[in-house]
Design a protein around this ligand. Structure first.
Ligand SMILES: [Mg+2]
Length: 278
């Protein structure tokens, strides 16, 4: 248990009573996006490690008896596991297609036959359009990464990918979604909102559900808990979002997590056992 330092949590813009409201819930689910939320963006994607102090704080939170903690990313699960190192909580990758449970078991959903055919076609078309060096193949998606490019060039390439992938997506059960640093064509039927809902179903009734993310793909999660939880978007408070709260940047997320780790509830050595995995 952490002793001594107890500080009031940072202001969550738009949710002035957040910390008081949170303290009224005996059980809590805290789900966190990775890039742009826990880790600063980096052109070298495998150098995007958590912001200083965040790994240690996640470790503290993961020991709390009142909190189920999960990282929910669009990255492949294997990448998140490498970048988060010793984090032993639930990790969801590929927008929910892959999951590492708190038991350590890994569960993978697969795209259907038509979707796999469409993704192979999307890869081929991207290569034919000169985008091959910028694409990443993921378990249920193909992503075009433009971080680090000249902004005009990035926009031009993203628009080209959207154009060629849209025609494919309509025929194969795929969807084209932009994200911070690129655009992706991916299997429909599973997104971060669905992944969050699955986590929430494993919680006792009345549990608080908090989701923090920075990107358009996080909007599915914000929308899912719009009236029943606390969606918090990282970044400019003026942008349109289904989130009800804002934190201005990753340092504020770090402060938020530190305050959560210090919430006045007894901690124990083991992770929570009442969330149903799978
Ligand atoms: Mg993000």
């Amino acid at each position: 248990m952490r002793e001594g330092r107890k500080k009031k949590g940072p202001e969550v813009i738009g949710l002035p009573d957040f910390w008081d409201a949170l303290s009224r819930h005996e059980r809590k689910l805290l789900a966190l996006d990775y890039d742009g939320t826990l880790a600063p963006f980096c052109v070298q994607r495998m150098q995007a490690y958590p912001y200083p102090g965040i790994s240690r704080t996640l470790e503290h939170i993961s020991r709390r008896a009142d909190t189920a903690l999960a990282i929910v990313s669009g990255r492949p699960l294997a990448e998140v596991l490498i970048l988060t190192g010793s984090f032993n909580g639930i990790v969801i990758g590929s927008h929910g297609m892959e999951k590492r449970l708190s038991s350590g078991d890994i569960v993978i959903k697969t795209a259907d036959h038509a979707q796999r055919q469409g993704l192979a076609c999307a890869q081929s078309v991207a290569e034919d359009n000169g985008l091959g060096d910028l694409i990443e193949l993921k378990p249920a998606s193909v992503a075009l990464h433009t971080r680090g490019l000249d902004p005009e060039e990035a926009a031009r390439l993203e628009d080209r990918a959207v154009r060629v992938w849209r025609a494919i997506s309509e025929r194969h059960g795929l969807e084209v979604r932009r994200f911070n640093g690129g655009v992706e064509v991916r299997a429909t039927g599973w997104n971060k909102g669905d992944a969050l809902e699955e986590l929430r179903r494993g919680m006792p009734p009345g549990s608080a559900c908090v989701y923090i993310g920075d990107d358009d793909t996080d909007e599915d999660a914000f929308l899912r808990i719009r009236t029943s939880g606390y969606g918090i978007r990282v970044g400019d408070a003026g942008r349109p979002t289904a989130a009800r709260g804002f934190l201005p940047g990753i340092p504020a997320v770090r402060d938020f997590l530190e305050a959560w780790a210090d919430l006045n509830v007894p901690a124990r050595e083991e992770s929570v056992s009442w969330i149903r995995d799978g």
